[in-house]
Design a protein around this ligand. Structure first.
Ligand SMILES: Nc1nc2c(ncn2[C@@H]2O[C@H](COP(=O)(O)OP(=O)(O)OP(=O)(O)O)[C@@H](O)[C@H]2O)c(=O)[nH]1
Ligand SMILES: [Mg+2]
Length: 219
């Protein structure tokens, strides 16, 4: 997705650089392109709106009109603002003093927990960690299988002692996973849980029980 985004931005900037002086219309056309590229790269609409607004404000100001090379200045502004939204306030993962570090994924149905579990596992592995994925979504049909497929894809073991699809106790699985991880010296445990809504008391309680059982370092 991001490869695509950088290609799109490069193309936009090529067009911009071919112009000497920039008119407000040139800047607007550029912003439209950037907006489209960001939306296609799956950046949230609210984020895109704010991003474009800050670039527009700066691009129409003195910073650009007085620059020796206005196009280059616009590129610079876009870069600074991009760094701002992508990494401005990044923070590091909180690692446990005594491994394993436990990361629990909880959230609304379909919000991307399981996908993120796979991404995290892949990234942590590349950082020299030894993650273990844990299948605690025993609710949604095929959730356990989905995690197994993901684990295989990123070559990270999956702890999935229960078949799921309504069978098995996620709190016990979570507890057993920590024991397993400690015994086999995994450095990170990534607990995938079932999606839930705030109005579903039973599922909210389940999430609390899982959290209580594994005491996550990150949730
Ligand atoms: N566009 C986009 N789609 C995503 C992203 N993360 C996940 N998805 C997709 O969103 C859908 C749901 O993702 P999951 O990771 O299964 O979400 P979940 O929170 O585990 O869902 P439940 O377990 O059913 O609650 C899938 O089709 C994913 O491919 C993302 O960052 N961007
Ligand atoms: Mg899931």
């Amino acid at each position: 997705m991001f490869n695509n985004l950088s290609e799109r931005l490069a193309e936009t900037f090529r067009n911009l650089r071919s112009k000497g002086k920039l008119s407000a219309a040139d800047i607007d056309a550029t912003l439209r392109e950037i907006r489209r590229a960001l939306l296609e790269a799956d950046v949230a609409l609210e984020v895109v709106k704010g991003f474009i607004a800050s670039i527009r404000e700066r691009a129409l100001g003195d910073e650009v009109s007085q620059a020796l090379n206005p196009a280059q200045q616009v590129v610079q502004i876009v870069q600074e603002e991009l760094v701002g939204i992508l990494g401005g306030s990044a923070r590091k993962i909180q690692f446990a003093k005594k491994p394993p570090t436990v990361i629990m994924l909880a959230g609304l149905q379909g919000s991307g927990k399981t996908t993120l579990a796979g991404k995290l596992a892949k990234w942590l592995k590349s950082q020299g960690e030894t993650p273990l994925l844990v299948a605690c979504d025993l609710q949604r049909p095929n959730a356990v299988n989905q995690l197994q497929v993901l684990g295989e894809k990123v070559a990270v073991p999956v702890f999935a002692p229960e078949p799921g699809n309504g069978v098995g106790n996620p709190v016990s699985v979570a507890k057993d996973a920590i024991r397993e991880a400690t015994r086999k010296e995994f450095s990170i445990v990534i607990v995938d849980t079932a999606g839930r809504t705030g109005v579903d008391q039973e599922m909210m309680d389940q999430a609390k029980s899982i959290a209580k059982a594994v005491e996550p370092d990150e949730m």
